[in-house]
Design a protein around this ligand. Sequence first.
Ligand code: UDX
Length: 421
Amino acid sequence: MKISIIGTGYVGAVTGACLAELGNHVVFVGRNKEKLDLIRSGKSPIYERNLDDLLLKNQERIHATSSIPDAIHQTNSTFICVGTPSNKDGSIDLRQVEDVSSVIGSALCSSPDYHTIVVKSTVLPGTTEELVLPILEHESGKKAYVDFGLATNPEFLKEGTAIEDFFHGDRVIIGANDTNSRSTLQNLYIPLDIPIYSTSIKTAEMIKYTSNAFLATKISFANEIGNLCKKMGIDSYDVFQGVGMDTRIGPHFFRSGIGFGGSCFPKDVQALIAHARAVGEETRILNAVIQTNNEQPGKLINLLKKHVYPAGKTIGILGLAFKPDSDDVRESRAIPIITDLLNEGASVLAYDPVAMENFRPLFPSITYAKTAGEVLKCDTILIVTEWKEFEDLDYKNRIVIDGRRIAKAIDEAAIYEGVCW
Ligand code: UDX
């Protein structure tokens, strides 16, 4: 197939490269010239394991342009992969989706061939049919499901393992209201040999939100139980090992600690809460999920204060990314933790293998170490992200307060506290 990918961010870059690997011709569309040049030269515009290799390997099938009409005229399907950030009140900001839908619509007007539009951006149920569809029809003068196809295809890619998730995910979700759009997407994904679940557009949109809300709930639940375990001198990791053996429950996403960050869970749960409020539904569980998550970083600071008076001290921070194998600092737990430390009058010496440049604009005044070893010169260390290299450090004679559970620190530190263990 010939596919346009609109958006060169995380979802667009990974989806486009993986679809090219499956043998499709891919045209990336973006506004950032530097990112387009990187893609053209077979380099990844984002930090993601093995993405460079895929882009380079499939260079002959990959093109990049800043023009949506050019891309549409060269292809027969278009994936919308633009961002859907949060407004100040937690609701979803759909301006990028609206803008690209409008340009796609006018390009469809002059496009003689049948074209299928696929919404991959995370959008609330109803958005594709009630916002994207009318814009496309209005701008193109054509009829959805008759003159052009329309579908949704939510992504379930985790940063750091996104390529693995694309090729070996648990399922592909296709949301389509007509046979043509459904079979276009089914044919695209059949080579993956992953279960495909096809449903209506609205249902597919809800599957994405429900999945992320459930995973976030699992983490906050693990943290609530973990807080209780800590009070009772029980290791919550041992508890969840036993609990997760029940196949009805499953072992994943029970890692208790300082909570979830990133570009999806906080934003998607907030958007669902705001949407529920708008339609007159109360979301008691989801409200509690966010509240528990917001309180977890404070547990780390309280444990620190049990052992150390932070004012005037330099505290070492290991990890700034919201998770390992990512340079993404959006909603990273390091943000509230460092804010609290500075408010307490402490100085901060921080290290992250790849996220320091993204973090620096948020906290320009703290000190950034060149190596993890440099941070270990502080006598008190907070572990915020579980990078693998932190398993090789020497924690002897140190006070370590751990938000993510690094085994070597548990074994070696002079004083060790885990948030939920
Ligand atoms: C998530 C979803 O997993 C993915 O399916 C979706 O499409 C995009 O959002 P991502 O945010 O990249 O992926 O990473 P994920 O591995 O899910 O972790 C999110 C956050 O939860 C991280 O801050 C991580 O540290 C935290 N987490 C995860 C826990 O605190 N405990 C866990 O057990 C798992």
